[in-house]
Write a protein that binds this ligand. Sequence first.
Ligand code: NCD
Length: 304
Amino acid sequence: MRHLMSPMDFTVQELDTLFDLASSIEKNPAKYAHACDGKILATCFYEPSTRTRLSFESAMLRLGGQVLGFSDASSSSASKGESVSDTIRVISGYADICAMRHPKEGAPMVAAEKSDIPVINAGDGGHHHPTQTLTDLLTIRSLKGHIENFTIGLCGDLKFGRTVHSLIKALVRYPGIRFVFISPEELRVPDYITDMLKANDIPYEEVIRLENVMPELDFLYMTRVQRERFFNEEDYVRLKDFYILDTAKMELAKKDMLVLHPLPRVNEISVEVDEDPRAAYFKQAKYGVYVRMALILTLLNITV
Ligand code: NCD
């Protein structure tokens, strides 16, 4: 039995196979509409979410399966003090696969150790968000045809943004990737990430001004300042509108640069950018369903 805790749990080859399956599902959804008949997905969400939880549920429903779960720790037995290990033991008897989001780093891994069913980390604190990374990689591959030789700018809250941490870790395995980290000093990417890049000779640069680097980017991955992980509201208020991507900044970019964002967006991309053909974030959310369908089939060992 296999779980998904980190984007590194799959080799690059296994990811290719997963993305081929996701693309096949996108092209021919009817073929997969009953692949999970009789199967149940549990979504155990101890932290708010819209797209991750609903995209998991949509993925299972589109495969013919069913879903159950909770979307808030206060409506689960966690509010009575139950541990994730006990919860997953019980859920193992109710469902065939579980997607878990938790504010504590490592909680889904603790659950996986006690689980009889595959557990998918749907985001653990500021640590990892592997299924968002699968979504991002599938989006890059589908819209550009490959995942190599790109300069990728990651902008915003690079300190607390788990989607950023997971994506960087996954991308270092592809050839010719160069990173540009764009953040205020206080929200720089953690040292463990830059140490890892240095150790692997992966080129990166850290800058504060987005305008200066816009022309060199093939992708711009915008992120929200992660309010819920700040220690005080004052710092959040000071930093939340540090970057606002608008049409003037888009004029500085390559004609084929793509803008990605894991969503939800707050103010960091002004809505006028949505009309720009280079804005790919809503398409990206759709790829999230195909890749989760492929992931559910893979972890349940179902071939169609
Ligand atoms: C992200 C998350 O939860 O980390 N959202 C998502 O799953 N698409 C990004 C965010 O909340 O900013």
